[in-house]
Design a protein around this ligand. Structure first.
Ligand code: THU
Length: 137
């Protein structure tokens, strides 16, 4: 990783400020680090038709992929209710699968409260025996 973990978490915290979560009040920010050192950020975007909601992690991933990026090394995610302290949250199942498509199991995932308090794991730990592109060749 060309930037440190604290910097990636700070980017996720900043992205969380843009969260659009009027229905759940649960605001999430994510920062995805590409192999070349570029950071792509995202927040959750809710809709009155609830199922249309997009998680922060997929916002960051789809922004990156739509910019032509394909290789990633780390993801930081932060989240919590508006009026309570942030807790460490793990990416939802749909986001784990979407991340697996491009990042594989080696992606480092930082689940953070803030720069000083976070848990580090790999995507393979969050999605063991994942089904991915290799299965279709
Ligand atoms: N959310 C995320 O953005 N990422 C996750 O990994 C878990 C859930 C969002 C979706 C919804 O806007 C809110 O958090 C409550 O589920």
């Amino acid at each position: 990783m060309k930037i440190d973990e604290q910097t990636l978490i700070q980017a996720a915290l900043r992205a969380r400020e843009n969260a659009y979560a009027p229905y759940s009040g649960f605001r999430v920010g994510a920062a995805l680090l590409a192999q070349d050192g570029t950071v792509y950020t995202g927040c959750n975007v809710e809709c009155a038709s609830f199922s249309v909601t997009n998680c922060a992690e997929r916002t960051a991933l789809f922004k990156a992929v739509s910019e032509g990026e394909r290789h990633f090394t780390a993801l930081a995610v932060v989240g919590g209710k508006d009026d309570t302290p942030q807790a460490e949250i793990t990416p939802c199942g749909v986001c784990r699968q979407a991340l697996y498509e491009f990042c594989g199991g080696d992606l480092i995932v930082l689940m953070a409260q803030d720069e000083a308090h976070f848990t580090r794991c790999t995507l393979a730990e969050l999605l063991p025996a994942g089904f991915g592109p290799k299965e279709l060749v």
